[in-house]
Design a protein around this ligand. Structure first.
Ligand code: UDP
Ligand code: MG
Length: 333
């Protein structure tokens, strides 16, 4: 049976022309933005289709905004959204997905780590029937070994814990079909762990491999503390396993404490007890205290997220949005 929820027929889209949206979240990228735009333009010029680029300026404080204004003045295919402050990349991507009007959207970093030249290949996979084209990094050049090791560990952990598989080494560089975009736009949660959300919506995923280049200029916006928080967000947003771990650890401890108590009881009854065992006492108290604090901490993480969700604040606030305007009249004002 045909999929009832298929919004359009792929062959129809192929035959007719389609429109591609390119979503670029950026934060303080003045040094790479002009180079990025040139490379993107060249990569897109080979396409048969119509396209638009939506830059989401995540509250940049450098000259990025001025550069974007200039890019928009040069081409009407460029739309520029500006956040009222720095909300974070996940929020910027969400904004881009809501503003995109294309039949498919590509999310791409502005630092040229994701080569725009791969976009035609991604479109081909989409036309072949994929709803989500994930781009898996074959190498991560220009990234420290610590980042590589921690990233690797993160994917292992999250896949152990989470209910939906999050493909390893797939970044945010990906293509989404219109129905995948619509599905994502339905998700209103504040916990925007996008890698998890992409996996959660399901549909047909295709994964292509590519070599991730080093950043063309400027420096990474991720500090380790931020990455750690990102990982926590991912784990707590997609799994309640840590809550269970706390329960199991607590039960195991209580069980051990019970047997330990039995042992002492028997020992005292059979051989009597001198005033020894002070170290055992301290160790037991400290272990139990630590476990309790840990369990409370885990509950706190979830409770904190619940608190944030319950306020139902908007995900981001726009300072302004200048959409790409396809009309010809505006070409020469
Ligand atoms: N970015 C963003 N908001 C932020 C941090 C980063 O929009 O708060 C953008 C950034 O401008 C870039 C992309 O997200 O286009 C990836 O960021 P970065 O290169 O710093 O991360 P990395 O590639 O090192 O993981
Ligand atoms: Mg980067």
């Amino acid at each position: 049976m045909e999929n009832l929820f298929q919004i359009f027929d792929i062959d129809e889209v192929k035959a007719a022309s389609y429109k591609l949206s390119v979503i670029v979240p950026l934060f303080n990228e003045e040094s790479v933005l002009p180079i990025f735009h040139d490379r993107l333009k060249i990569a897109l010029s080979g396409l048969q289709s119509e396209w638009e680029v939506i830059y989401v300026d995540d509250g940049s404080t450098d000259r990025s905004h001025l550069i974007l204004q200039q890019l928009r003045a040069e081409s009407l295919k460029v739309g520029v959204a500006r956040f009222s402050r720095n909300f974070g990349k996940e929020e910027a991507m969400s904004a881009g997905l809501r503003l995109a009007t294309g039949d498919a959207a590509v999310i791409i970093d502005s630092d040229l780590q994701d080569p725009p030249e791969l976009i035609p290949e991604m479109i081909e996979a989409w036309l072949g029937g994929a709803d989500i084209v994930n781009m898996r990094r074959r190498h991560r050049s220009g990234e420290s070994w610590l980042k590589k090791v921690t990233a690797h560990a993160f994917y292992r952990v999250i896949n152990r814990l989470s209910d939906v598989p999050v493909p390893a080494d797939v970044g945010d560089f990906r293509l989404l079909s219109r129905r995948a975009i619509n599905a994502l736009n339905l998700l209103e949660e504040r916990n925007r762990f996008m890698k998890g959300l992409f996996a959660w919506i399901g549909y047909k995923h295709v994964t292509l491999d590519y070599n991730r280049d080093a950043r063309a200029a400027g420096k990474t916006k991720w500090r380790y503390w931020r990455l750690w928080n990102f990982a926590l967000e991912g784990i707590t947003g997609f799994s309640v396993a840590p809550l269970k771990i706390a329960t199991y650890l607590g039960s195991a401890c209580a069980g051990m404490a019970f047997f330990y108590a039995m042992y002492f009881l028997l020992k005292t009854l059979l051989v009597g007890e001198s005033v020894k065992g002070f170290p055992t006492l301290i160790v037991t108290v400290m272990i139990l205290g630590g476990l309790q604090l840990m369990a409370i901490g885990i509950i706190g993480e979830y409770l904190g997220r619940l608190f944030i969700e319950s306020k139902r604040r908007p995900l981001y606030l726009l300072e302004d949005y200048q959409p790409p305007s396809p009309s010809k009249e505006e070409e020469n004002p």
